[in-house]
Design a protein around this ligand. Structure first.
Ligand code: 13P
Length: 336
């Protein structure tokens, strides 16, 4: 087993999943604004540190994706944040793309940037303790999109990123997110997501990326959020598994889904059914941002001194997601 494969398995095995706490300062400011908390560096750290010192870190969270600001911060007990995470048994990770910018020649689409100077930044993050990384490409569905141009250029960037990350002995998370925004059908989502993922693997193979040392972070297959034809959770599960089977090579050790705007319960229930019906060899788990943090953030914003209460809410969410990653979640356990 390669060193990279071992890291990937450590993050994903036994129902563990990933806490995506890598919101950029811009995104985190939107999240904090929505609950009327000033987005200062201290507040961003306090909320995140509260999650990182929760009980469920040990049994549920295999990896935490950090943002550049956080990986350089120290906790209230003066411990560097990546060390604080490693001590719980979870692997520290880092978002390394520098964001999605307007794609030249297709201004309604985005291309993710961040390759310039990446090799040097990766070395710095490795020294700080990171052992995995994240890069997100983003695609929207309309009649015209995603265009071949956006699919090819984002897949190419993801492959170049992956090679640099593996060269630096870290596991790249490859995140091609097909957004749920729009009125498209679930079958449109299935077709477009499959096309995007297939193209990503074609590029990864051309670049000779070690597929046993990556983690794929895709969206689930859902109807658009403005579609009148929503599908059942069972159908989400079967279409999502169909997508993985038709587009992901079998060497890939695991899949960690993003939540992408699903509610906490929806994201948990869908993951549970996907695992119940999982007839692949992939480990299938979560890499959730909003679907792990939303309720905890809301509670914290209203009870800013009640860190234990905030942790209790996060612990429950993490436990439910970890049950779902093993196909063992139920509504009864959720409401107990
Ligand atoms: P959500 O689970 O909130 O979609 O965030 C996951 C993520 O890391 C997006 O890049």
């Amino acid at each position: 087993m390669s060193e990279l494969n071992k890291i990937a398995l450590k993050i994903l095995s036994n129902g563990k999943g990933i806490l995506a706490a890598d919101e950029s300062n811009g995104t985190m400011t939107k999240r904090l604004d929505s609950v009327n908390i000033p987005s200062t560096s201290e507040n961003r750290l306090l909320f995140r540190e509260t999650l990182f010192s929760s009980e469920s870190m040990k049994d549920c969270i295999g990896g935490v994706i950090l943002y550049d600001e956080t990986i350089n911060q120290v906790s209230s007990l003066k411990k560097p944040i990546p060390d604080m995470i490693s001590e719980t048994g979870a692997v520290p990770g880092i978002k390394v793309d520098t964001g999605a910018k307007v794609l030249a020649n297709s201004p309604e689409e985005k291309i993710t940037e961040g390759l310039d100077g990446l090799r040097e930044r990766l070395k710095k993050y490795y020294e700080l303790g990171a052992r995995f990384t994240k890069w997100r490409g983003v695609f929207n569905i309309t009649k015209k999109y995603p265009s071949k141009l956006s699919i090819h250029s984002n897949a190419h960037a993801l492959a170049r990123y992956s090679n640099l990350v593996q060269e630096c002995r870290m596991v790249p998370i490859i995140e091609p997110e097909v957004l749920m925004d729009g009125d498209h059908s679930a079958n449109d989502c299935l077709n477009k997501t499959s096309e995007v993922i297939k193209r990503c693997f074609e590029e990864l193979i051309i670049h000779q990326v070690d597929l046993t040392g990556i983690i794929l972070k895709p969206n689930m297959i859902l109807a658009g959020n403005k579609s009148k034809n929503k599908i059942s959770n069972e159908e989400v599960s079967s279409k999502t598994l169909e997508c993985l089977k038709n587009s992901v090579p079998s060497e890939v050790p695991g899949i960690a889904f993003l939540s992408g705007g699903q509610s906490e319960i929806e994201a948990t229930e869908n993951l549970n059914l996907i695992n119940k019906n999982n007839d692949t060899n992939f480990l299938i788990t979560y890499s959730y941002g909003r679907a792990l943090q939303q309720s905890a953030l809301k509670f914290w914003s209203e009870n800013i001194k009640n860190l234990t209460g905030t942790q209790n809410i996060f612990n429950h969410r993490a436990k439910m997601c970890t049950l779902a990653a093993q196909g063992k979640w139920s509504k009864e356990l959720e409401n107990r």
